[in-house]
Design a protein around this ligand. Structure first.
Ligand SMILES: Cc1cc2nc3c(=O)[nH]c(=O)nc-3n(C[C@H](O)[C@H](O)[C@H](O)COP(=O)(O)OP(=O)(O)OC[C@H]3O[C@@H](n4cnc5c(N)ncnc54)[C@H](O)[C@@H]3O)c2cc1C
Length: 381
């Protein structure tokens, strides 16, 4: 890299962002607010649709909304004041006071998406290769664009990460999360009351299930209009995994079988397994219109910066969902990158400092997620 480029001042940078989900959006918003010129390229052709539903709205996500968007976090979040553990027969095993704040993936996505001007968010544009020194992105149609900085926010299956670190791949953690959301209005009132204001768990021998309320499909947080979000971690062996992840079209998927794509026998057999859960969870699983499933993975990159390319969010580190930190980490990566560019004299100094702190954070989080998951699912590693 030329001396001049290495010493470039981090002001009014032209930035390309590959990936327009939580990480890409948060980075685009944070950088634009500091006077940089980010453009987001998202390969999907339509509005992204929630894969799951619920996310824990950690404090840094709420702070981001307050500082960078026009929405007040309270208007798109639900909360609980108690964490409860049930016995297999449905009794209360123990409970602790704990304030938690939740939102839905779609409500958060909509707010972040609305904060980015249309001309800065290009849909249907896939990055197929990068040149790190010149921060150049090559697109599927053969075009190329170069900038001061290129951000890779392509998620856990990032193709650019594969290009930069061919030996680094997500590794399967030997269990999956069955998931679903159910409208509050479809729940029997006794079941609804059981979950209201609580973060409820059942810890079985090699499974863990939890549920909490999230906003409704239109973002409403009014009781009666919310949805119950549940996650059921369950171990699987190799053959079962292949079977589960082969969808209704016969395609074997790697990470998620989305709502509507699970084959009937798979869905039926998982609903049968729910008989071993506390009765309220059994009811919730039985009444959920569409179950779906996601494989649990760990991923760590050796570096988050290569020349003028930065990897962030799930492209860089995927920590297990027990850490409740996937979206919070993507937002944290974005905010700290913007902060580092403000605090340093040159782009290179900023990237070196950001790489060090966020890589350490991501590494710690992935380790913590492994410990938490293996303990809860009683997996030896
Ligand atoms: C549609 C969708 C729904 C989700 N739903 C939930 C949920 O309900 N609950 C939950 O906890 N987590 C959910 N997640 C995951 C969660 O958003 C992420 O784990 C976390 O927020 C980190 O976000 P990210 O931006 O790093 O990665 P991701 O959210 O995975 O986003 C990566 C984005 O990059 C795009 N992309 C990938 N490769 C390219 C390329 N080469 N060129 C251009 N674009 C590319 C993808 O289409 C995607 O939009 C969802 C993710 C997506 C994409």
């Amino acid at each position: 890299m030329s001396h001049e480029r290495a010493e470039q001042s981090p002001t009014e940078l032209d930035v390309l962002i590959s990936g327009g989900s939580m990480g890409g959006l948060a980075t685009g918003i944070a950088l634009a607010d500091l006077g940089h010129s980010p453009t987001i390229y998202e390969r999907s052709t339509g509005e992204l649709k929630s894969r799951g539903g619920g996310i824990v709205a950690q404090q840094n996500i709420r702070r981001f909304l307050t500082q960078h968007t026009s929405v007040q976090p309270e208007s798109i979040t639900t909360s609980s004041s108690e964490r409860r553990y049930l016995t297999a027969s449905g009794g209360l095993e123990r409970s602790v006071s704990e304030e938690m704040v939740f939102t839905s993936w779609d409500a958060l996505y909509r707010q972040l998406r609305d904060a980015v001007p249309a001309e800065r968010y290009r849909m249907g544009e896939e990055v197929v290769g990068v040149t790190t020194e010149s921060a150049t992105a090559a697109f599927e149609d053969g075009r190329e664009r170069s900038a001061d900085l290129l951000i890779v926010a392509e998620g856990g299956q990032s193709s650019t990460r594969n290009q930069l670190f061919p030996g680094t791949a997500p590794s399967f953690a030997d269990y999956v999360a069955w998931r679903g959301v159910i409208p509050e209005s479809s729940l029997p009132s006794a079941v609804r009351d059981e979950f209201d204001e609580t973060f409820t768990f059942y810890q079985g021998t090699d499974q863990l299930v939890l549920a909490y309320f999230i906003p409704g499909p239109d973002g409403s947080t009014t009781p009666g209009e919310r949805r119950l979000n549940w996650v059921w971690y369950d171990t699987v062996n190799g053959d079962d995994r292949r079977d589960i992840f082969t969808d209704t079209t016969g395609t074997e998927r790697r990470v998620t079988v989305p709502p509507g794509r699970l084959r009937d026998p798979i869905r039926a057999s998982q609903r049968e397994r729910a008989a071993a859960l506390p009765p309220v969870f059994e009811t919730v699983v039985a009444e959920t219109p569409e179950l779906f499933v996601q494989a649990i993975y760990d991923l760590s990159v050796p570096e988050m910066v290569v020349d003028r390319v930065c990897l962030l969010g799930d492209s860089a580190f995927v920590a297990r969902p027990h850490t409740a930190a996937g979206t919070a980490k993507a937002v944290g990566d974005a905010v700290t990158l913007a902060g580092a560019l403000s605090d340093h004299e040159s782009v290179d100094q900023a990237l070196t400092s950001w790489n060090q702190t966020r890589r350490a954070y991501g590494t710690r989080l992935v380790s913590r997620g492994k410990r938490m998951g293996d303990e809860r699912l009683h997996l030896g590693s």
